[in-house]
Write a protein that binds this ligand. Structure first.
Ligand code: PHE
Length: 465
């Protein structure tokens, strides 16, 4: 079976993994949570969390995958067999597969919005900017959310695109597509960033992002939690991609590239958005920006079409977000597919569409729970913690499943696997790794303590979804 699994080329691995990391988390979520948390110190904690918590767990996930050359269930099962807990460790991999399945079903709903707004942007650019016959953009976005058939249609389009790539395989599908999309994404981003340099709000955007101010504990926790999500950690995505990594590639160098590029893109996206936002006079900002999580779809079009090059930049921006989301959904689907292929003996050509259909099905109640269906939108199995199917799933994944997955990975690789094994794997394709002790310390202590702190706060009733 190993021969059929496929292996990424050296650049192929880095691009695919960077593509997984860079997604809605960077372009949609990071800017709005940074905005909500007053920038500055929040960004600083986030940077520290990426370096001290994210990067070490990234190493761990990739090495577990590359060592075993199999999916997360098989990987944890094989390595765990002789360790305390034994075959039970398969459950840690299984948790990742389950998390991936749930995450994909609602992630693809938002990803679908980017395709919809790309289409809308093209329309506006050609026919002139007209937010649905004179209503405000906020209203028009609300109407879009409440439009059940459209939610389902664009969710379905996104799942179909994802399946279309994954079905082609690791080299022919994932590697080939990410190799094309990632450079385009970088090009568009640089263009947009360059454009924002000349905007009046650019200076204030920079100050907002990098000033140091007070920070409350909740914001710090949110920053740590987001570091997980944005680096695609805690659900086996990096284990899976690591299993396709060549033994000639360096885990430390690749991980560093992934973490740095992911962070650079999050900061660049924020600079682009904040330059637009801060170019609006302060008095008008409060009325221009509604709920912060919708900035991307309500505020930005308004701003773009008030700018000289907006007609070109607006559709470009949405296609950028769509590409970023696609390279992430591909990696999430691949986790589930690799499990079915490796463990259940399914053909990839069967696994990808079957999982796609199941994801599409679970995405339907998610998409309808944003206003289209009163019942689904008001569903509150968790009481006040989350409202509606979409929020409930997001709450569960972001607050529980990803941190628990990360914690299990840190315990597994930091405390149970022998240093001999982990060192050998990290040094394979890299050479001597002098920071090994630092890595191990961070993985054993800093990561688990931070995650337990998050879980403790979640138990106290806080939510970081
Ligand atoms: N990292 C992706 C983002 O920032 C989301 C993701 C999470 C992808 C987990 C894969 C696994 O959007």
């Amino acid at each position: 079976m190993a021969a059929e699994r496929g292996t990424f080329g050296r650049m192929g691995f880095v691009l695919a993994a960077v593509g997984s990391a860079i997604g809605l988390g960077n372009i949609w979520k990071f800017p709005y949570i940074t905005y909500a948390n007053e920038g500055g110190s929040f960004v600083l904690v986030y940077l520290v969390a990426v370096a001290l918590i994210g990067a070490p767990i990234m190493f761990a996930e990739i090495l577990i995958g590359r060592r075993t050359q199999t999916n997360p269930v098989g990987a944890f099962g094989t390595l765990g067999a002789k360790l305390p807990g034994g075959r039970l460790w398969r459950l840690a991999g299984g948790l990742g597969v389950l998390t991936g399945f749930v995450l994909l079903s609602y992630y693809a709903v938002i990803a679908g919005w980017t395709v919809f707004y790309f289409g809308k942007g093209i329309g506006w650019s050609i026919n002139g900017f007209d937010p649905d016959g004179g209503t405000t953009l906020g209203d028009s976005f609300g109407a879009f959310l409440a439009n059940g058939p459209l939610q389902i249609l664009f969710h379905g389009i996104f799942v179909a695109l994802t399946v279309g790539v994954v079905v082609l395989g690791v080299k022919e599908g994932i590697e080939r597509v990410t190799k094309v999309l990632m450079p385009i994404l970088a090009g568009i981003l640089v263009l947009l960033l360059f454009n924002s340099l000349s905007m009046p709000g650019f200076g204030e955007a920079l100050r907002f992002l990098f000033h140091v101010g007070p920070l409350d504990a909740d914001a710090a926790l949110e920053a740590v939690g987001h570091a997980f999500f944005t680096l695609s950690l805690g659900m086996g995505a990096m284990v899976t991609y690591g299993s396709y990594m060549s033994r000639k590639s360096s885990i430390p160098r690749s991980s560093l590239a992934i973490c740095v590029l992911d962070t650079v893109v999050a900061l660049a996206a924020s600079m682009i958005m904040f330059s637009i936002i801060f170019s609006v006079p302060e008095a008008e900002r409060a009325t221009t920006f509604g709920r912060s999580s919708t900035i991307l779809f309500t505020t930005l079009p308004q701003m773009f079409y008030g700018m000289a090059l907006g007609r070109i930049l607006a559709p470009l921006f949405y296609i950028l977000v769509a590409f970023a989301a696609l390279t992430s959904t591909i990696s999430i689907l691949e986790v589930v597919v690799s499990y079915l292929v490796d463990m259940r003996g399914w053909a990839r050509q069967k696994a990808a569409p079957v999982v796609g259909i199941a994801v599409f099905a679970l995405g339907i109640p998610c998409g309808l729970s944003l206003g289209a269906s009163e019942e689904l939108s008001g569903w509150r199995p968790l009481g006040d913690l989350a409202q509606g199917v979409f929020d409930t799933l997001d709450y569960t994944v972001s607050n529980w499943l990803l941190p628990i997955g990360g914690l299990l990975t840190a315990i597994f690789a930091g405390w149970l696997l022998s240093s001999k094994l982990t060192r050998e794997e990290i040094e394979e394709g890299h050479g001597p790794f002098p920071l090994f002790a630092v890595w191990k310390f961070a993985l054993r202590f800093i990561g688990p303590i931070a995650i337990l702190w998050i879980l403790w706060a979640v138990i106290q009733g806080r939510s970081f979804a």
